[in-house]
Ligand binder design. Structure first.
Ligand SMILES: Cc1ncc(COP(=O)(O)O)c(C=O)c1O
Length: 402
């Protein structure tokens, strides 16, 4: 990506790019984004530039959705544990409150109607929407099409708005790598084969208590939506294009009313004209873009196998992943409460987010889980894992001594 961006044909600034650009993104950029999403997300109704509003990241755009779609003091249901940023993104500015909805036992991404009904009934604020992250953060996997439809049908029957954050939608590394296996290779060739992985390769995986069933990524826009006017999406360049510092996100909607409102107030979130131009130059090179996506997903798969081989060998249960940058690991074996364990990990020189950062339920089975981000260089990952194992081993040793 760095090589591409530093190519003078991609990033040279012209006089025009020193001027104000259109607030929702240039026509060319919105057209290129629509083309990209049409190629990869398989929308039931093809997207066009009219369905796209560009802004400075999905976080700020969720705030914008909060302003446009809800009133201050409203609430939204969010299947939990959920990406903690949702709370800040929709509450700090637009004053919309998140209400976690617990998943079914044994499956982190299964949420039944009873749980949604209960959350709705017990809410102490008017509930107006549902927010979903698919592929999911922190679980690193995807909701099934049936589950997405359950959310959408539930929303329709209660007059709720659905916002589906698909920011990891082009980082569905298991699927994308499997679909692009080069001639003469098998999927195993894309796994990590470093010397430690060779030595770990026979270690079995310990099942986690919330594994459930894995599903392929389904973009919400590829479904036969029960209420398309009230179903909106987010996507962005931070994750799938490794460009989080450039701050670019996208709101996607088929609703003309919502798009008109977004376009009126998006002067608060618009991106710089030269960044708009760089993105157009990248995306219009379709061959390069699609190759980049495949290559990036191969790297993610390789790191995932590197990480899970090590976790298997060290007997740490985790939720099996297939998308995104994260893996959710179970550290109950350390024998400390989550906060104290988190402190010990920090003292041991390691920051991994505890379940409470994702608003997990306050019960034994949901706490003591931690999220590892594996979209880093392998030597950094190895150093971090060594530190985690050292902290856990020391705690276990102390328990034996007591
Ligand atoms: C699910 C999800 N949505 C949104 C964001 C924020 O995205 P952006 O960098 O586009 O603001 C993140 C970042 O971690 C995320 O995981």
């Amino acid at each position: 990506m760095l090589g591409k961006i530093n190519d003078p044909k991609v990033s040279t600034v012209t006089a025009e790019q020193l001027l104000y650009g259109p607030n929702p993104g240039s026509d060319r950029l919105r057209e290129e984004i629509a083309k990209l999403l049409n190629r990869h997300f398989n929308p039931k109704v093809l997207l066009s530039k009219e369905n796209i509003c560009v802004g400075n990241g999905c976080g700020p755009l969720l705030n914008l959705c909060g302003e446009v779609l809800f009133d201050h003091g409203d609430a939204v249901l969010v299947p939990g544990p959920y990406y903690g940023g949702f709370e800040a993104d929709i509450k700090y500015g637009s004053r919309v409150y998140t209400i976690p909805v617990p998943h079914c036992e044994g499956d982190c991404l299964k949420v039944d109607e009873a749980a949604l009904e209960k959350a709705l009934k017990n809410a102490n604020k008017p509930v107006k929407g549902i927010i979903i992250a698919n592929p999911n953060n922190p679980f690193g996997r995807c909701y099934s099409a049936e589950q997405l439809l359950l959310f959408c049908n539930f929303a329709k029957s209660h007059g709720l708005i659905v916002i589906c954050d698909e920011i990891y939608g082009l980082s569905t590394w298991k699927d994308i790598t499997e679909q692009h296996i080069e001639e003469g290779k098998t999927i195993e060739d894309y796994h990590c084969h470093c010397s430690s992985c060779q030595s770990y390769k026979d270690a079995p995986r310990i099942e986690s208590g919330m594994d459930g069933k894995q599903s392929k990524f389904t973009s919400i826009f590829s479904l036969d939506l029960p209420d398309p006017e009230n179903t909106h999406g987010l996507w962005g360049f931070s994750k799938d294009f490794c460009l989080n510092g450039l701050r670019i996100g996208v709101t996607i909607s088929y609703s003309k009313t919502v798009m008109a409102a977004m376009q009126k107030i998006c002067f608060l979130t618009c991106i710089p004209t030269n960044i708009d131009n760089i993105l157009v130059n990248i995306l219009s090179d379709q061959k390069w873009t699609d190759h980049f996506i495949i290559n990036n997903n191969r790297k993610l798969l390789k790191n995932y196998t590197h990480l899970t081989n090590s976790l298997n060998a060290h007997h740490i249960p985790y939720v099996q992943g297939d998308s995104g940058f994260f893996i959710y690991i179970d550290l109950h074996q350390a024998g400390l409460n989550e906060f104290d364990l988190w402190m010990k990990l920090l003292e041991g020189g390691i920051y991994i987010s505890p379940s409470q950062a994702f608003f997990s339920e306050d019960k034994e089975s949901e706490r003591n889980w931690f999220r590892i981000c594996f979209a880093v260089e392998q030597d950094e990952l190895d150093l971090s894992l060594d530190r985690i194992y050292k902290v856990i081993d020391t705690l276990k040793q102390k328990k034996i001594e007591i």
